[in-house]
Write a protein that binds this ligand. Structure first.
Ligand code: FAD
Length: 482
C-alpha cells in the first residue's frame, strides 16, 4: 500500500549516518538543511491519498511507477503519474521516489539478465522490486565512480577509492569504497550502489551491485553544502528552501551486504547489462523526460509572468522569445510522447514494453542543450531587476517597506508581487541552486562523451542506406540535368 507523508517522515528517523559541514546530522526531518525538502517529498506521498490524484498515481494500491508496463497505454498512465509528482516540485525534484521505482521495475521485467553460472541474482532482483513496491520505499542510486577512478582503470589495493568487494562471508559480502553523486540519497530508504559504465573484464572486485537500507552500519552519506540551509526564507528563496534534494558522496566502510540484497556479484557483464539489457535505464529516462517537460513549462511560465510584469510582453522580440521557449516546451513534450509511441516489447513481450530506445537516448542530448538555452533566454527577459532584490525582511520593515514599495513597483504590479516573482525567477535561474540545476540537466544522465558515443549506434543503417540509395540512383552515364 502507498505510504502517507507521515509514514515516510517516520521512516527517515533511523540510524542513518549523514554528515554535513563537519557534523553528523541527527533527525533529518527536523534539521534546517533538510526538513523542508523532506516535507516536500512527504507531500508527494500524501498526493497518492488525495482523491483527485489516487487514480492517476496508483493502481491496486501501489504507485504506478512500480508496475511493469505491459502496453503503450500503461506507459501513458505512468507518465501521467510522473507528471503529478513533477508538478508538485515544479520539476526541481529530479530523483523523486518514482525514479528508481521504474528502475527496479525494469530489473524485474527481465530477471534472467541477473543469472550467470557464478551468481544468480534473478530472485534477488524480483525480491528487490517486491520489497520497494510493497513498502512503497524510496530508493536512490549511486552509480558514478569517484574522480580518481576512471572506468576500467584497474586500481587494486587498499587505496582503491571505488566501492568494491573486499570479503565474502557465509551470509553475504563486505564492501568498501565510495560512489558519487547520491542525489536525494539522504532522503531515501534504500540506496542502489552499482556501476552503469562498462568495466574491464578483469575488474571483478568493483563489478558489484547491491541495494541496502540507508541506515546500514558503516554506510556514510557526506551531503554537499545545503542550499536549503542557506535559504533566508521561503519568500526569499522559494525553490531552494523547499526543493533541495541534495547530492551526497556515499562511503562504504566495510559494509556488510546480505546475499539477498546483492543483485550482481563480481561480474562486469551483469553490472553493465542490468541497466542496458533490461528496461531499467529507459524507465529512469521516461521519468526524467516527463519531469523535464514539466520543468520547462514552469520556467516558461516564469518568463511569461516576467514579461507581463515588465510591461514588455507585447513587444515583438519578447513575443518571439516566448515563442522560442514554448517551442522548447513542445520539443520536450514531443520526446516523451514519441518515446511512448515507439515503445517496443521487452524480452519477446514477457517483460512488457519499454519506451523507445533511440528517442529516450536522444532526450539526453536535447535536454542538455535546451536547458541552458532556456535559462539564458529567460534571464535576458528578466533584466537587471533580477538582481535588485531587497529581502523579505526589508519589505516587512515599518520604514523601509513602504519606501521600497514606492520605488520597486511597476505599472500594474505592486512591489511585493514584483519582488516575489523576481526572487522566484532568480532562485530558478541564477542562484547557486539554479547553477546546480543547470549542471544536473547537462550531466545527470552521464557525460556527453559517453552518451554521444552510445547515440552513435542508434539508427546508423537507416541514415546510411538512404544516403547510399541516393548515390546508387545515378552515375556518370545518367546524363545532364533534365
Ligand atoms: C547534479 C548531479 C546529480 C547527479 N546525480 C547522480 C546520482 O544520483 N547518481 C549517480 O550515479 N550519478 C549522478 N550524477 C553523476 C553523473 O551521472 C555523472 O556526473 C556523469 O556520469 C559524469 O561523470 P563524471 O562526473 O565522473 O564525469 P567525468 O567522467 O569526470 O567527465 C567530466 C568531463 O570530462 C570530460 N571527459 C572525461 N573523459 C572524457 C573522454 N574520454 N573523452 C572526452 N571528454 C571526456 C567531459 O567533458 C566530461 O563531461 C549526477 C551528476 C550531477 C551533475
Amino acid at each position: 500500500m502507498t505510504r502517507s507523508g507521515r509514514d515516510y517522515l517516520e521512516s527517515l528517523r533511523d540510524e542513518r549516518e549523514i554528515w554535513l559541514d563537519g557534523e553528523r546530522v541527527g533527525d533529518i526531518t527536523r534539521h534546517p538543511a533538510f526538513r523542508n525538502t523532506a516535507a516536500s517529498i512527504a507531500r508527494l506521498y500524501d498526493l497518492a491519498h488525495d482523491s483527485e490524484h489516487t487514480p492517476v498515481l496508483t493502481e491496486d494500491g501501489t504507485h504506478r511507477a512500480f508496475a511493469v508496463p505491459r502496453s503503450y497505454e500503461d506507459l501513458v498512465a505512468r507518465r501521467e503519474a510522473y507528471r503529478v509528482w513533477a508538478k508538485a516540485g515544479y520539476g526541481f525534484l529530479g530523483r523523486t521516489p518514482d525514479c528508481m521505482a521504474g528502475g527496479a521495475a525494469g530489473f524485474a521485467a527481465v530477471p534472467h539478465v541477473f543469472t550467470t553460472d557464478a551468481f544468480d541474482g534473478a530472485e534477488n532482483a524480483l525480491a528487490h522490486h517486491r520489497r520497494l513496491a510493497e513498502g512503497d520505499l524510496f530508493a536512490a542510486f549511486t552509480l558514478t565512480n569517484p574522480p580518481t577512478a576512471r572506468p576500467g582503470s584497474a586500481h587494486p589495493g587498499d587505496d582503491d577509492p571505488v566501492v568494491r568487494v573486499v570479503a565474502e562471508k557465509d551470509g553475504g559480502i563486505v564492501v568498501r569504497g565510495a560512489k558519487m553523486i547520491g542525489t536525494a540519497a539522504v532522503f531515501a530508504n534504500e540506496v542502489v550502489v552499482g556501476t552503469i559504465e562498462p568495466l574491464a573484464p578483469g575488474d571483478t572486485d568493483r563489478a558489484v551491485c547491491f541495494s541496502v537500507p540507508v541506515d546500514t552500519p558503516g554506510l556514510r552519506l557526506v551531503a554537499r553544502t545545503s542550499y536549503e540551509a542557506a535559504a533566508r526564507s521561503v519568500f526569499d528563496n522559494p525553490l531552494s528552501s523547499r526543493f533541495d534534494e541534495n547530492d551526497a558522496l556515499l562511503v562504504c566502510d566495510d559494509v556488510f551486504v546480505p546475499w539477498e540484497n546483492v543483485l550482481a556479484h563480481r561480474d562486469p557483464d551483469v553490472t553493465f547489462r542490468m541497466w542496458w539489457d533490461t528496461p531499467a535505464y529507459l524507465n529512469l529516462s521516461h521519468q526524467a523526460a516527463a519531469r523535464f517537460w514539466t520543468k520547462l513549462e514552469f520556467l516558461t511560465g516564469i518568463a511569461i509572468l516576467l514579461a507581463k510584469a515588465n510591461g514588455t510582453y507585447d513587444l515583438p522580440p519578447v513575443t518571439q522569445a516566448i515563442g522560442r521557449l514554448l517551442g522548447k516546451v513542445a520539443q520536450a513534450k514531443a520526446f516523451v510522447l514519441a518515446a511512448e509511441a515507439s515503445c517496443t516489447p521487452v524480452d519477446g513481450g514477457r517483460g512488457g514494453v519499454a519506451p523507445g530506445q533511440d528517442i529516450s537516448f536522444a532526450h539526453r542530448i536535447m535536454a542538455g542543450e535546451v536547458y541552458p538555452q532556456a535559462v539564458q533566454e529567460i534571464r535576458l527577459l528578466a533584466g537587471g531587476g533580477l538582481i535588485q532584490l531587497p529581502s523579505g525582511r526589508d519589505l516587512l520593515h515599518p520604514e523601509l517597506g513602504p519606501l521600497v514599495g514606492t520605488y520597486l513597483r511597476a505599472p500594474g504590479s505592486p512591489a511585493e508581487d514584483r519582488i516575489k516573482l523576481l526572487k522566484l525567477a532568480w532562485d530558478a535561474l541564477g542562484s547557486e541552486f539554479a547553477g546546480r540545476h543547470e549542471q544536473y540537466e547537462r550531466l545527470y544522465h552521464g557525460a556527453p562523451h559517453v552518451y554521444l558515443t552510445q547515440q552513435a549506434t542508434q539508427g546508423v543503417d537507416a541514415c546510411e542506406s538512404l544516403a547510399r540509395a541516393c548515390l546508387d540512383g545515378y552515375g556518370l552515364e545518367t546524363g545532364p540535368r533534365q
